[in-house]
Design a protein around this ligand. Structure first.
Ligand code: GLC
Length: 769
């Protein structure tokens, strides 16, 4: 049935379109962000977007007879009958065009009887959701030349075209393949390049939803949801970078991490079974001269898997133990699970019960399922009081001196079947249900941890979470959950992490070496090489799998492992600079090539290379027994990190890649900071810094602060500007001196010389020796 556009009102950057059968609201937030909203009677609050994002923006509205036009400096939206919207960029290039035909769901030849037969052998059958009629759908035309990115941690390849995905946070212990439609996170942002023109759409709906990006049809792609308001944002920009920056402006940016969070981290489910095991681990790192900053304590440190407890039979004096480890340069990161043990003698359970803080059955009784501790209940994190209560308990850890909180099982995962849809959850103060609050459960749990840590320590909180929603990046880093020691999982890690980056999560990582199944020394090395610039740099393995510590294989593996850990520590000042840049520009640290080169068709579907910022290109080996690989170099001139050979861009080259070599290229005329060799990120300010010049010349802005707290927000930071011209003349300037300590010595290394600069107290600047 058709619904004519009757009239419209325009008021305060908001265009209300009145149709015969409903209303649609288009609100301009900035020239590149327009909110599309239709009220379906559901809660309007957003978990992803905090604060008012609307800026005063010039908007033109025109009545064109058969349609209405809304125009900003970056977007042109045409609204027609039947709520059809067409979006163009400022040059008139079509970006998002509503599909005028009707969907043609994929034919299924599976009747009820055959379904049983297929299931009998253990085959899986596509989720019902794919075929069900949806509550609403947003169907857009698909061009022959159109690629898709984003969507958070989803499986498969960088370009999501041709695949479909579900947004319903799920604990997936099976191998993650391109047939896996849902994982731990729901980040419903999709970016497109339509005939080379970039755009994005962010669907701010926490209910279960689905993306079909050209699987069902070559003519359209669609988003559908089982409930919720029609609530999405159109993102524009002249480049994919601008579109991504608009998304992170809207949902927030990863805050500056503490510097040591970029150090190496060792983990295994089982280490924390005893204090001695953790101590032995520290000894091995010392013995083998391997740099490290964090050891993770998995569930075994707890007393019977009870949250906020420590097994004092295994650890007699946890506080002293944490302190001793800290003296050895190692911080301890405890895990915390969403499910709280239902045990009448356990104070957390009792408190929560008395206060009514746990998720309830529709009849008002507390809902019980099972997780690690057996019978478990679930804090109702959507409620502000519950988050405040949880945040208060974080003091348990901060008093002990552990370094952060690793949140797990917060999809929420459950061992006795999924949580029913009709459970009573809170949506802030309102009573709601599991359907609406499921996908933000991990978000709210992480926010509580962040707030507790910040209040107790005044430091930048180190929070990791497995489950999250769009916007969680403001509170937590993420890891990609239970991967496996398989080459396919190493391959998956690159598109997964780069798409997470595009989706706002600049601080992310995968379990290096793989969590489940047995690693080989070769796989472990290739994984470590591949992760050289991955912000969350953690080797983690499951109980019962083959050990995968650096020394668990042969001597060669250990030596190569050490070489890359040392290299990582040299590069931490660079990574830290990248985070400074990320907080300001809203662009990820680890990037798919397409982000920097969206005009280059060849850069649009590269799954086995990534960039760090704009100047480093990493091309890891992700297949076994491989000693050579092809590397695509985009436009520009590139310098091989290892031998300084130079290559023209826009070509694919063959490079040697024996087991100890990570193919690594630096854009010509780049300056990079090069930290001192160290076993742990230092607690004390560095005295010396080196800058290396790749190519002839270049310039670089380097950032320094105390690496710990929020003082930088009050201007307590330093900025160093380094420049080298074609004649090899170098300049080093302290352009901002807001943080007391600064480097006493700075070296600038070019291909043929090493220049030394000393700090001169009097002039407050550097003099070349
Ligand atoms: C989950 C986590 C994993 C952890 C395990 C035990 O599987 O994803 O990282 O080791 O639980 O806590």
């Amino acid at each position: 049935m058709s619904s004519k556009l009757k009239d419209f009102q325009f008021n305060q950057q908001s265009l209300q379109l009145n149709y015969e059968q409903g209303k649609l609201e288009l609100t301009v937030l900035t020239p590149g962000i327009v909110h599309v909203f239709q009220d379906h009677g559901r809660a309007r609050n957003s978990y992803a977007i905090e604060g008012n994002k609307q800026q005063k923006t010039k908007v033109n509205v025109f009545d064109k007879g058969d349609h209405v036009e809304l125009e900003t400096a970056q977007l042109l939206i045409k609204a027609y009958d039947d709520e059809k919207l067409d979006v163009y960029d400022s040059l008139g290039n079509p970006l998002i065009i509503d599909y005028r035909g009707s969907r043609q769901p994929l034919a299924s030849d599976l009747d009820a009887e055959h379904r049983k037969t297929v299931l009998a052998e253990g085959h899986s059958v596509a989720d019902e959701l794919h075929h069900e009629s949806h509550y609403y759908e947003v169907v857009k035309t698909l061009a022959a030349d159109e690629q898709f990115y984003g969507l958070g941690d989803k499986t498969g390849f960088l370009n999501k075209r041709g695949y479909d995905y579900d947004n319903w946070n799920s604990d997936v212990p099976q191998v993650h393949t391109e047939a896996t439609t849902k994982l731990y996170k729901s980040i419903p942002v999709v970016y497109g390049l339509k005939n080379g023109h970039p755009y994005g759409m962010f669907f701010d709906n926490t209910y279960q939803s689905h993306f079909d990006l050209g699987k069902e049809s070559e003519h359209y792609y669609f988003y559908s949801a089982i409930d919720g308001n029609l609530d999405y944002y159109i993102l524009g920009g002249h480049s994919l970078k601008e579109v991504v920056a608009n998304y992170t402006y809207l949902t927030g940016r990863v805050p500056m991490p503490q510097k040591w969070m970029l150090g190496y981290q060792q983990s295994r489910w089982g280490y924390s079974i005893s204090q001695e095991r953790v101590e032995e681990l520290a000894e091995k790192f010392e013995e083998y001269e391997l740099p490290i900053d964090v050891v993770h304590l998995d569930i075994d440190y707890m007393h019977g898997y009870r949250d906020f407890t420590w097994d004092t039979k295994k650890y007699q004096h946890p506080k002293e133990f944490v302190e001793q480890m800290r003296k050895r340069g190692i911080r301890l990161m405890p895990i915390l699970d969403a499910g709280v043990k239902a045990d009448p003698d356990y104070d957390l359970y009792q408190e929560g019960l008395e206060q009514g803080y746990f998720v309830k059955n529709p009849d008002g009784t507390v809902y019980v399922n099972a997780v690690w501790p057996g019978k478990s209940v679930f804090p109702d994190f959507g409620r502000p009081e519950v988050r405040a209560w949880w945040a208060k308990h974080v003091k348990f850890f901060t008093d002990l001196g552990t370094c952060g909180i690793w949140n797990d099982m917060n999809e929420p995962a459950s061992f006795n079947g999924p949580l029913p849809e009709n459970l009573e959850f809170h949506d802030e103060e309102q009573i709601s249900d599991h359907r609406r609050m499921h996908n933000v459960y991990g978000h709210n749990m992480s926010k509580a941890a962040y707030e507790g840590l910040k209040a107790e320590t005044g430091r930048r909180p180190y929070v990791i979470t497995r489950a999250c929603y769009a916007g969680t990046q403001k509170y937590s880093t993420v890891w990609t959950g239970d991967n496996q020691s398989l080459w396919s999982h190493l391959q998956l890690s690159i598109p997964q992490l780069t798409n997470l980056g595009l989706s706002g999560f600049a601080f992310a990582g995968t379990d290096i070496g793989g969590f489940q199944a047995d690693a080989t020394g070769e796989l472990l090395i290739r994984w470590l090489e591949s992760a050289l610039f991955v912000p969350l740099f953690r080797n983690h393995a499951a109980l019962g799998t083959r050990y995968q510590e650096p020394w668990a294989f042969d001597k060669q593996t250990l030596n190569i492992y050490r070489k890359y850990l040392n290299l990582r520590y040299r590069l931490i000042p660079f990574l830290y600079d990248q985070f400074r840049h990320e907080t300001q520009a809203g662009l990820p640290v680890m990037r798919p090539l397409v982000l920097n080169y969206d005009h280059d068709p060849q850069a649009r579907s590269i799954n086995d290379e990534y960039m760090v910022g704009t100047s480093i290109l990493v091309a890891p080996v992700v297949t076994p027994q491989t000693t050579k690989r092809l590397v695509y170099l985009p436009a520009g001139e590139w310098i091989d990190f290892w031998n300084h050979a130079s290559y023209a861009g826009r070509q694919t080259i063959v490079v040697d890649a024996p087991i100890d070599k990570l193919p690594l290229f630096i854009k010509a005329n780049t300056i990079l900071p090069w930290g001192c060799k160290t076993m742990h990120v230092s607690d004390k300010p560095d005295q010396i810094m080196t800058f290396r010049v790749y190519g002839e010349c270049g310039s670089y802005m380097h950032y320094q602060d105390n690496g710990l707290d929020f003082a930088y927000q009050d201007g307590e930071y330093n900025e160093y500007y380094v420049e080298v011209d074609e004649n090899g003349q170098a300049l080093v300037e302290l352009t901002k001196h807001g943080y007391g300590p600064n480097y006493q010595k700075i070296y600038v290394e070019t291909a043929d010389q090493r220049l030394e600069f000393n700090y001169d107290e009097k002039s407050g600047n550097y003099r070349q020796k």
